[in-house]
Design a protein around this ligand. Structure first.
Ligand code: X5A
Ligand code: ZN
Length: 652
């Protein structure tokens, strides 16, 4: 089970035969650059490579009219003048004698990818195709697109596999109006698109690309448009959109399959946050992306992520800009009638001190030159992101409990090494009373795990301790992180674990979140606690609305996730938390679990850390008023420091 890559060299055949500055960017080199990038980084050989076959006429008929299909077929025999004349009848389209063949391969590739994922041959995959598809309509080519590859894939999944809930995420910089039209009244396909809009002055200049287009009839609430009205949206803006709009809706919708219209004309692709949905069944299909080098690098990042490698942490000041927050607010306003998770939005009021995109990039340039987004600096930045080698060991375990009792998945390694006995004893002396003699051997192994993660030898790890030693172990781990010059350590502590006293003045290098007890409480901007919600809605709001915005904003180089006595976390919850915390920290998580509960949790926790999709939380249940109140209380106080917590207020 892995990642499929669907491709056919013939798709490089179609190209522009006359002068047209608008269309010339959609060129054959797009595919060769992407493929070369994958080969150079050894990513192609890690995939199951499938050779694309043409979609049949019947399959094209799932979306397109017979007349339109016949018309495109006819272009095979037209001469250059006739092709040019026909092309001019459409908006931003060119035809070539090979267009029909390429477009059928592109559509066929998308269908094959769906087959590979839904038959279980692979977990996920990418179809590298030309021409793109998301602007194409039932009887019209549009915006370089001839057949609507992703819409065809969705129809195919419904028809052949009987799927009832498909999520389409369209992160191309342009609005995929073609997909929107095709599923406008269809509640089985949730279409989410963010796109450059500029109040309608960006191509395709359509009023229906705005946030108030929500779908029609039965399909109301199943079209979600997030229009960007200023240029320069960055990581913080995309993250805010993911955490505060897309993911809450996606979890509530509970898709059986995720299709990605993966255009890289907007940003670096990061499907990592999507991998927790639909059992990991993600099919990505290339759409736009015209800067060849950036396209190649983005495709590599995307494939690496689909393969399960952790994504490099996002750089930059994690402050969404005012315009992005306004856009997010406009979607929330339009969609609130249809989605429980938005009705319950725990939303502090929009603060007015946020930056414009320009101000923010100026600050970025001043603070850290590597974050400059100027054309000439793009390449080293992306290279640095891509070339981080994956640690040789994925997930390792050190335990007080015998290995056989833990039922660990294959590929998880038991830690046998240990730091020196004297060193362990020195650390243990910090907490004389809490470590029994027999705990020392385990502590030595855990310290060795920590070193392995910090040195890049181990990606992440699980350690078990006796209930008595959990808090002390966590304290030793924090101290050792600091001693080893970790810049920032995020501790997510569940259950009865007190924050170590001698860390009162830690220079803001420790962010301590305790999930326990009955009431939310704040000691400082770096130290607070909140109860563990009992509903799925409340738990998701806690993760998406609080924990992840904090984690992305803090940009830790290590996450310590501790499950202490009475942590109360269920299997699926622990797995989801671990899976989602991987992303902001590049996978570097050390989970410390008290031994009473490890037998139940070890397997799914290890699977999640290992990159497998966590099990479902179960049916969506509404957060209780108390749960919402606790989150509101924290967010209202913390948003001054942690700007990713900001969500525009919903209408009264
Ligand atoms: C697939 C795609 C863009 C068309 C732009 C026309 N199409 N100006 O990115
Ligand atoms: Zn595009």
């Amino acid at each position: 089970m892995g990642t499929a890559l669907v491709y056919h060299e013939d798709m490089t055949a179609t190209r522009l035969l006359w002068d047209d500055p608008e269309c010339e960017i959609e060129c054959p080199e797009r595919l060769t650059a992407a493929l070369d990038g994958l080969r150079q980084r050894g990513l192609e050989e890690r995939c199951l490579c499938l050779s694309a076959c043409e979609a049949s006429e019947e399959e094209l008929g799932l979306v397109h009219s017979p007349e339109y299909i016949a018309l495109v077929q006819k272009t095979q025999t037209l001469d250059k003048e006739e092709l040019h004349a026909l092309s001019k009848q459409y908006n931003a389209v060119y035809f070539h004698p090979d267009t029909f063949h390429c477009a059928r391969l592109a559509a066929g590739a998308a269908l094959q990818l769906v087959d590979a994922v839904l038959t279980g041959a692979v977990h996920n995959g990418l179809a590298l195709v030309r021409p793109p598809g998301h602007h194409s309509q039932r009887a019209a080519a549009n915006g370089f697109c001839v057949f609507n590859n992703v819409a065809l894939a969705a129809k195919h999944a419904k028809q052949k596999y009987g799927l009832q809930r498909i999520l389409i995420v369209d992160w191309d910089v342009h609005h995929g109006q073609g997909i929107q039209y095709i599923f406008n009244d269809d509640p089985s396909v949730l279409y989410f698109s963010w796109h450059r809009y500029e109040h309608g002055s960006f191509w395709p200049f359509l009023p229906e690309s705005d946030a108030d287009a929500v779908g029609q009839g039965q399909g109301q609430g199943f079209t979600v448009n997030l229009p960007w009205n200023q240029v320069g949206m960055g990581n913080a803006d995309y993250l805010a959109a993911f955490l505060h709009v897309l993911l809450p809706l996606a979890f509530e919708f509970d898709p059986e399959l995720v299709l990605v219209s993966a255009g890289f004309d907007s940003a670096i692709g990061d499907p990592e946050l999507l991998q927790v949905l639909a059992g990991g069944r993600i099919c990505a299909v290339l759409e736009g992306g015209y800067h060849l080098e950036s396209l190649a690098q983005s495709v590599c990042m995307m494939v690496q992520t689909l393969l399960g490698d952790p994504t490099p942490p996002l750089l930059g000041l994690m402050v969404p800009c005012q315009s992005a927050l306004e856009s997010i607010q406009s979607v929330q306003t339009a969609q609130t009638p249809y989605w429980t998770s938005l009705q319950q939005n725990v939303a502090p009021v929009l603060s007015s001190s946020t930056h414009s995109p320009e101000e923010r990039s100026l600050r970025l340039l001043g603070e850290s030159p590597t974050c400059a987004v100027a054309e000439d600096s793009l390449s080293p930045l992306l290279d640095q992101l891509c070339l981080r080698p994956a640690p040789p060991i994925c997930t390792a375990v050190a335990s007080t409990v015998p290995g056989a009792a833990l039922c660990l998945p294959p590929g998880v390694l038991h830690q046998e090494g240990s730091v020196l006995r004297e060193e362990t004893e020195a650390w243990a002396r910090l907490h004389k009373s809490r470590f029994q003699d027999e705990d020392l051997a385990t502590l030595g192994k855990i310290l060795c795990l920590l070193d392995g993660i910090m040195d890049g030898q181990i990606r992440n790890a699980i350690a078990t301790t006796t209930a008595l030693a959990t808090a002390a172990t966590l304290d030793v781990l924090i101290q050792r992180c600091l001693a080893r010059r970790a810049q920032r350590v995020l501790c997510v502590a569940l259950g009865q674990l007190d924050r170590p006293l001698d860390l009162a003045d830690d220079g803001r290098r420790i962010l301590w979140l305790n999930i326990r007890g009955k009431d939310a409480a704040i000691q400082s901007m770096f130290h607070f606690s909140t109860p563990l919600p009992q509903t799925t809605g409340g738990f998701l709001s806690l993760i998406l609305g609080l924990v992840l915005p904090l984690a992305y904003g803090f940009q830790p180089d290590m996450v310590l996730m501790a499950l202490g006595p009475a942590h109360g976390l269920q299997n699926a919850q622990a797995a989801l938390l671990a899976a989602m915390l991987r992303s902001p920290v590049g996978g570097r998580i050390l989970a410390v679990v008290e031994e009473e509960s490890i037998r139940l949790l070890a397997r799914s926790l290890a699977q999640a850390l290992h990159g497998e999709t966590p099990p479902s939380l179960g049916p969506f249940s509404k957060a209780t008023p108390e749960e919402i109140q606790a989150l509101m209380f924290l967010k209202a106080r913390l948003e001054a420091r942690w700007k990713l917590l900001q969500v525009a207020a919903p209408p009264p």
